[in-house]
Design a protein around this ligand. Structure first.
Ligand code: ADP
Ligand code: MG
Length: 176
């Protein structure tokens, strides 16, 4: 019998299968963000992918609310980074959609904020070259067959630490 799980480079144990969530409306996306918020640990790197308007920034906004941030959450425009001091860690929210070149994030010194003591969340990581491997990848896609607000989320672990996070979500029986 073949093992469907994949192994990360350098990882001792196989990584778990991705979690897939049907998100029928905005509230479901926000609920998923709240669940993930409780699993974030300092140093974690999360990639957020999906088309424009899929809900990446909305997801980060809900994450921040769940983590107790009450102020305004803007979509990072210039300098492509917003940072938030939270009770347990600092959260760095990047949006690389308008990155002028695939290495511009390094020229801007953003590597200093990734993989340190903060949590880093990156929208449009595909536009940057040389980023470290994330712990988690979340992809949000439109799901037009189920309505205008419907989305499908796919959460994948890419490191041992990401796997622990994903397994905790799975054990909690959170999949929608
Ligand atoms: N299920 C849903 N999940 C996320 N956003 C939704 C959903 N349904 C509707 N929306 C709306 O879609 C828009 C998503 O915008 P945004 O989060 O800026 O997207 P992105 O950052 O992926 O470009 C928001 O106006 C949000 O209210
Ligand atoms: Mg966005």
């Amino acid at each position: 019998m073949s093992d469907p799980a994949t192994t990360a480079p350098g990882a001792a144990a196989p990584l778990p299968e991705p979690l897939v969530y049907a998100l029928p409306d905005l509230g479901a996306t926000q609920a998923l963000a709240r669940r993930l918020a409780g699993r974030l640990e300092p140093g974690l790197l999360l990639f957020l992918s999906g088309d424009l308007g899929a809900g990446k920034t909305t997801f980060v906004r809900a994450l921040l609310r769940a983590l107790g941030f009450e102020g305004r959450v803007k979509s990072p425009s210039f300098p492509l980074l917003e940072s938030y001091e939270l009770s347990r860690f600092r959260l760095y929210h990047f949006d690389f959609y308008r990155l002028s070149s695939d290495k511009a994030w390094l020229d801007a010194g953003f590597d200093e904020f990734i993989g340190g003591r903060g949590v880093a969340v990156i929208e449009w990581p595909e536009r940057a070259a040389g980023l470290p491997r994330p712990d988690l990848r979340l992809r949000l896609d439109f799901d037009p067959a189920h309505g205008e607000q419907a989305r499908v989320a796919r959460l994948e672990a890419a490191s041992v630490r990401g796997a622990a996070c994903l397994n905790a979500l799975r054990t909690a029986g959170d999949a929608c």
